[in-house]
Design a protein. Sequence first.
Length: 202
Amino acid sequence: PRASAKAAPAPPSIARLRAAARTCKACPLWQPATQTVFGEGPENARIMLIGESPGNQEDLAGHPFVGPASELLDRALAEAGVDRAQVYVTNVVKHFKYQLRGKRRLHARANAAEQAACRFWLDAELLRVQPARIVCLGAMAAQAIFGRSFRLLKQRGTWRDLPGGARGLATVHPSYLLRLRDAAERAEAYAAFVRDLRQLQE
Ligand code: URA
């Protein structure tokens, strides 16, 4: 019998999406990267965290947010009373982009075309997980969710309604905090980061 056209098919599971994304060649970043780094976490998570793109360690491990920025992120989440195990964690771009400096692979920012090519996967994750709360870490994620006119430093830290009933909030990227050299400035920026994340508690 023919499949009924009445019921919309359930969105593909995260496991199926991850398997399909393994061979993604929608942009050139797949070639130098070790592997696709797909999102991870409970499929029914209330909260989705969206970062920028995998770094060196994420590329090698195949998991999002396992490098230096992640320690800081995990600590801030814990201080904000959010259990990372309950959160779905992903990135706008699923392949590590880098420039070789000697033997070192230095993180490079994915361009607009690369972000657009990868958008399919983020949309599929959002459709499947349907998080009630979306936290954008950094300007790339914030602009992916709220639009190109979003200005992180002016508009961070307040909930915004999104189509479909979810609410989203943008804050700084944890890597930005790591780059701050002045200790007092870093402490202040970290405290503001935790304050933003604490809004996930209500
Ligand atoms: N690790 C990730 O997975 N994403 C980032 O945006 C930064 C570090």
